[in-house]
Design a protein around this ligand. Structure first.
Ligand code: GZL
Ligand code: ZN
Length: 324
């Protein structure tokens, strides 16, 4: 009987990357040495997110890690539910990208009490208790905002009049939205000619980016620059700008963040002027960190991803070999 039971358990926790139903078989009870990871993803809101999901799923397979995966449709309560179900399933390690910065302490305490290590990827939490997770792997969003601001300062160095800027922020309360806003504001704050005349969340989606840009255009006759916290909102805004009979990239200069394929295409086509890259390809490093954590090796508190910036010319060169 025991043999059969182990067989069943092994099969159950050998299940691939598909999302498990509530209360799946206890993963570590299988007695096999395969690592089981529970990954609670934000959602599928942008090209960046789908590329990030692909990277995590493909890297788990390549690393021989059994991945349980959930999509929270950008809702914090769904991510918390998913983390709780991974704790019940006794996975070996939990990884997730917190949709917003705050409200995680309770569920992370539960994971800690269950002796399940947690790895943060992509977005950070604002909890002061650093023992709630082993490491945070992801971009420096403040740096990304600064790079966007730096390009603008250089482009308008000889401008003496006001430079009217509208800003499409990412998801309210998320680390990338908070930090990309702060980094950008810090750099352009050095010169009072830069005026952010409107700033609102477009929730990182194309649809919302278009909707908010429509409103910006109706309320502000003279917009010189759009700073969008991701390509998808920038692409939605381009539809609104063209709908208003203006030329994106010319009448209104556009800076975005991510550098996903569709954004890079618009950059190469001259509809976007500058893109700050934010790499979604976190999978390989995540799997490597998970193995180190479970082997009891020390890992750095913070692993910052490598990323660059693209002008229109550079986008034309990079597009043919772009992975995402
Ligand atoms: C940034 C990531 C953001 C992307 C958006 O690392 O969290 O979320 O910039 C995505 O495209 O929706
Ligand atoms: Zn102007």
């Amino acid at each position: 009987m025991a043999l059969v039971a182990v067989g069943v358990l092994a099969t159950a926790c050998g299940s691939g990357g598909e999302t498990t139903a509530e209360g799946g078989a206890p993963a570590s009870g299988g007695g096999d040495s395969t690592i089981t990871m529970g990954f609670a993803q934000v959602g599928a809101e942008s090209g960046w997110r789908t590329a990030n999901t692909k990277s995590v799923q493909e890297s788990a397979k390549a690393a021989g890690i059994d991945l349980k995966f959930s999509d929270a449709q950008q809702k914090q309560e769904n991510q918390i539910k998913a983390i709780r179900s991974y704790i019940q399933q006794k996975v070996d390690v939990i990884a997730f990208s917190p949709v917003v910065e705050s409200g995680w302490d309770t569920v992370l305490q539960e994971a800690k009490a269950a002796n399940i290590p947690v790895i943060l990827t992509d977005r950070a939490v604002d909890s002061p208790d650093k023992t709630l997770y082993k490491t945070f792997l992801g971009s420096d969003f403040v740096e990304e905002g600064k790079k966007a601001g730096q390009w603008l300062v250089e482009q308008y160095a000889s401008e003496t009049g006001d430079v009217n800027i509208v800003e499409l922020q990412g998801t309210t309360g998320s680390a990338p939205a908070n930090d990309r806003k702060a980094g950008f504001a810090e750099v352009i704050g050095a010169d009072p000619k830069f005026k952010v005349i409107a700033s609102q969340s477009g929730d990182f989606t194309r649809a919302k980016g278009k909707e908010v840009m429509d409103a910006f255009l109706k309320a502000n006759p003279d917009i010189d620059v759009l700073y969008a916290h991701n390509d998808d909102m920038g692409l939605g805004a381009i539809e609104a700008i063209e709908g208003a009979g203006k030329v994106p990239g010319k009448d209104i200069k556009i800076i975005t963040v991510d550098a996903v394929k569709d954004g890079m295409q618009a950059l190469a086509d001259g509809k976007i002027n500058y893109i700050v890259e934010c790499s979604p390809l976190l999978g390989p490093q995540l799997m490597d960190l998970a193995k180190k954590v479970l082997a009891g090796e020390t890992v750095p508190d913070r692993v910052v991803t490598e990323e660059t910036t693209f002008t229109q010319e550079q986008a034309k060169q990079a597009l043919p070999t772009r992975q995402y």
